[in-house]
Design a protein around this ligand. Structure first.
Ligand SMILES: [Zn+2]
Length: 313
């Protein structure tokens, strides 16, 4: 009897998992347009606003894409979304863990609430179980510390990603610029990284010209181009500052011999920026592998395209 009940419970659990996976597949195949309403059946997220649930659905779908593209080996990459002011119901019954000091002060984003992937989490797990791989943090009043919030997001004691300083520095800088972004994605796109092993491409201007000329869509999707960050040790304040500087006039930065980071209005938009740049890098490397040094568009064709891209914005 007892084992029968256990089997039935196991089957019900499997059905729930299958329902969740099937919903996520539908979201991915329909470019995130479907509502992620069934999430609440598999996660304790009843109290989150629909907007936040939708954003978590999109984050989860993008995490799956990063994994499928081969850009998120092991626990590589991290994602965050700024959901400040969208947690109306959190106050009732929510718990705040003790404050963790930040290495630097971020007064520009005081009291901000940010949902970020946990340190050491795998993107494939973020895709399948966002509720147990994301950490919800709140910055304190003077921007000198953060506390982990636990209620609807069940983080199982996770700490935020080791690249948290870079995410916070970008949110703060964009807030100061009054050009705020709501989502940040860091990942390891293979061909894009491979370009940083080609010595003659290690200059921002050259790199952008190559990508725009080889794949016109790269100009249409990102006429401001890519910021280039020379190699700096991962997880450091120096990398955070160099990235902030590179993203002052760009939405996408390439980290030499490491990966890239995109800041945009949504996680989906950040993914698109990376996807198009990596496609351009892929075409360039295919040509070089075939023994061709591609000329791409002429300067005149590129200028014509630039005018069209800027006009369309
Ligand atoms: Zn990385």
């Amino acid at each position: 009897m007892r084992s029968c009940r256990r089997i039935n419970e196991k089957n019900e659990k499997n059905d729930e998992n299958e329902k969740f996976l099937s919903l996520r597949r539908r979201c991915i195949s329909n470019e995130f347009r479907l509502p992620f309403c069934l999430l609440k059946q598999t996660m304790n997220m009843q109290h989150l606003t629909n907007d936040v649930k939708q954003q978590i659905g999109e984050l989860s779908a993008v995490a799956q894409l990063l994994w499928e593209r081969g850009w998120a080996e092991s626990n590589a990459g991290n994602i965050s979304i700024n959901i400040t002011g969208k947690l109306e119901s959190f106050g009732s019954g929510g718990k705040h863990f003790s404050q963790q000091p930040l290495p630097k002060q971020y007064p520009g984003i005081a009291k901000a609430q940010i949902l970020v992937t946990g340190a050491g989490t795998r993107m494939r797990d973020v895709a399948a179980q966002p509720a147990s791989t994301l950490v919800l943090i709140e910055i304190n009043q003077d921007g000198s510390a953060y506390s982990i919030m636990q209620d609807d997001i069940n983080n199982h004691g996770l700490l935020p990603t080791s690249e948290l300083a870079t995410h916070l520095a970008i949110y703060q800088e964009r807030c100061i610029q009054k050009n705020s972004v709501k989502a940040i994605v860091h990942t390891h796109p293979t061909e894009f990284i491979a370009l940083t092993h080609v010595p003659e491409l290690l200059h921002e201007q050259t790199l952008n010209a190559v990508l725009w000329k080889i794949h016109p869509e790269a100009m249409i999707a990102n006429p401001a181009g890519i910021g280039f960050v020379p190699y700096i040790l991962t997880g450091t304040e120096a990398l955070a500052q160099a990235t902030v500087s590179a993203l002052r006039n760009h939405s996408l930065a390439l980290w030499e011999k490491h990966g890239c980071i995109a800041a945009a209005e949504t996680v989906g938009d950040a993914f698109d920026l990376i996807d198009v740049a990596n496609k351009a890098a892929h075409i360039y490397l295919l040509c070089r592998n075939a023994g061709i040094v591609p000329e791409g568009l002429t300067d005149a064709q590129l200028e014509e395209l630039r005018h069209k891209a800027i006009k369309a914005r």
